[in-house]
Design a binder for this molecule. Structure first.
Ligand code: HEC
Length: 557
């Protein structure tokens, strides 16, 4: 009897615990899919609005989601911890009309957003939208690509400078800044720009630019003589995305290259400051390391950032004219300045590529000052220099150097449409011509099969050069003036690129040729792109070079 009663009790106990466990499991599933904040976006003009980016910001971190075809947006509970959030939107042509802060507690909040037509469309236009709006031939408009590296086109479009002022004051002043300048942190060029055309030729170039510029800014009247055109908002798959944006501590940090280490820490090169930084995405905490100066009177900042197999970071310290290594274990820098004959005023070391240095103990680098490829021998500390265009009559700019698995190097010629190759053992140079002329190939990525992928800045294309078959393939971007800078292939053979002009991140399925264009939450100038292949699905990362932040993009498909 007693035993039977105990048994009954035990059965009841087991049943209760099974019930408890299943309730817990349900709860966890619920929490994962739970929504913290949701609502519909509408406007009087359009009704329910698709493709509106809705930003919720707390502290230094902003989460952004995009409204679907019914105008509905929703923030998962896993992304919004309780607290007060500032709300804002990106939908060119519109402002957010109703309440702009919201309290997130333990319960789901529904909050519909009403948009109204903006009174200042020009302030919301991306550089891409200006490019689509301004009159002129493609060649004339292409001149404006020379203005977007340091600030928005809006800054110029609102100016009232006439031809004479542009010719005599504005353009020479802009030429005087080095390319890592932003209005918050201008830095002056030292010495002449070696690659620039000289004398009369240069004046002629200035004249053409100034004539065109004076036609399209506000020098001739209080408003623009052309219609301000908007690019379409994201639609369909491009709305299935969540962004997390981490603000960096100073607006003068222009993160140029952002790369993750094996622990998920995001490391960044600072384009205009002599710091190397790390961001912990779990907390948003940033730590900076001051980089030693090699030429104190020269512009500061670094560009390319890559890791070697051992996990050391390598940076191109630009006008400091040095190859720099950072050991994350000891937190120490080591530097190799350019040899004296190459350490001229114009010397500019942008890229350092150690990825295959384990093969032969050598690290590739390049020089923007005079179209050269450098190679550092780690054992001796000696730097060798290759100048494939030394006697060329036309200007060249060796932009990126990309090692293959055997540490032969390929390079992009930004002034032309060439891909070069230097044989690691013999030093022999071979030059290949991409399909599209004047494409300005920019940064490149070598995949595990020794296929070279690269951005074709002035051709709105991304390119593939198969180093084994020595053949090219190119893809045209969906939006004109996409001006892709860099590319990276993910583990699914999807190629990711970013636009320096339109704020689009483009995902190309290289098997089906399908492309999706994701719009970033704020306007910027996209440089290096990075894909974290360790997550499921893969995660895309990029620095906001003009926005002092680091952005993570997670797709929902
Ligand atoms: C290498 C960086 C750089 C490039 C490239 C550049 N600018 Fe600037 N620009 C700056 C900086 C820095 C400032 C802010 C400091 C200043 O006003 O000099 C600025 C400010 C301006 C201003 C506002 C100040 C003024 O003089 O009215 C205008 C207009 C302007 N730029 C036009 C242009 C045009 C047009 C181009 C392209 C032909 C261009 N910029 C290219 C760096 C650059």
């Amino acid at each position: 009897m007693r035993i039977a009663a105990l048994l009954r009790l035990a059965i009841v106990f087991v049943a209760v615990s099974v019930f408890a466990v299943s309730v817990l499991a349900l709860d966890a599933a619920h929490a994962q899919n739970a929504v913290a904040l949701t609502g519909q976006v509408t406007s009087a003009e359009e009704g329910a609005m698709e493709g509106v980016l809705v930003n919720a910001k707390k502290g230094t971190i902003t989460i952004t989601v995009v409204s679907d075809a019914q105008g509905r947006y929703s923030f998962p509970a896993s992304k919004l911890t309780p607290g007060q959030y500032a709300l804002s939107i990106r939908a060119v042509g519109y402002d957010l009309d109703n309440s702009k802060t919201i309290e997130i507690g333990p319960r789901n909040v529904t909050h519909n957003l009403t948009l109204r037509k903006t009174e200042d469309l020009a302030a919301q236009m991306s550089n891409g939208e200006w490019m689509h709006s301004v009159p002129g031939s493609d060649q004339q408009k292409g001149l404006l690509l020379g203005c977007v590296g340091c600030h928005t086109l809006e800054r110029f479009m609102r100016s009232t400078h006439d031809f004479k002022t542009l010719m005599e004051v504005t353009l020479p002043r802009m030429q005087g800044y080095v390319n890592q300048s932003i209005p918050q942190n201008p830095q002056l060029r030292r010495g002449a720009r070696l690659m620039e055309e000289r004398g009369d030729q240069r004046v002629e170039v200035y004249r053409k630019v100034a004539e065109y510029l004076a036609d399209i800014n506000l020098s001739k009247g209080p408003t623009w003589s052309f219609e301000l055109k908007r690019l379409p908002r994201p639609t369909g798959r491009a709305t299935r995305v969540i962004y997390t944006e981490y603000d960096l501590p100073r607006e003068t940090i222009s993160p140029h290259d952002v790369v993750l280490d094996k622990d998920g820490i995001a490391w960044y090169s600072s384009f205009g400051e002599q710091f190397f930084g790390r961001l912990d995405p779990k907390t948003g905490a940033v730590k900076e390391y001051a980089m030693p100066l090699h030429k104190p009177d020269f512009p500061k900042g670094s560009l390319g950032l890559r890791a070697d197999r051992a996990g050391n970071w390598w940076l191109g310290n630009m006008y400091q004219a040095a190859i720099v290594k950072f050991d994350p274990k000891t937190e120490q820098f080591q530097a190799w300045p350019m040899p004296p004959q190459y350490n001229i005023d114009a010397s500019q070391v942008n890229m350092v590529r150690p990825e295959s240095s384990h093969v032969d103990g050598k690290v590739w680098s390049q020089n923007n000052g005079f179209a050269a490829v450098h190679r550092l021998d780690l054992a001796s500390g000696q730097i060798e220099t290759f100048e494939p265009y030394k006697n060329s009559k036309i200007p060249h700019n060796i932009y990126d150097v990309i090692p293959d698995s055997q540490n032969n190097v390929y390079y992009t010629d930004f002034r032309n449409f060439h891909i070069g190759r230097i044989d690691a053992k013999t030093g022999e140079v071979k030059i290949y011509t991409a399909l599209t002329p004047r494409s300005a190939p920019r940064r490149g990525y070598m995949d595990a099969q020794d296929r070279l992928w690269f951005g074709m800045y002035r051709a709105d294309r991304v390119g593939l050069f198969d180093t084994k078959t020595e053949t090219f393939k190119e893809w045209l971007m969906p939006t004109k003036w996409a001006s892709p800078y860099d590319v990276m292939l993910d583990r699914n053979e999807e190629l990711w690129t970013g636009s320096m002009i339109t704020d689009h991140v483009t995902r190309l399925n290289t098997k089906t040729d399908e492309m999706v264009e994701y719009l970033l939450p704020r306007t910027t100038n996209i440089r290096r792109v990075y894909v974290d292949n360790t997550t499921n699905p893969v995660t895309f990362w990029v620095g906001s070079n003009h926005g002092a932040s680091i952005i993570k993009l997670e797709t929902l498909d």
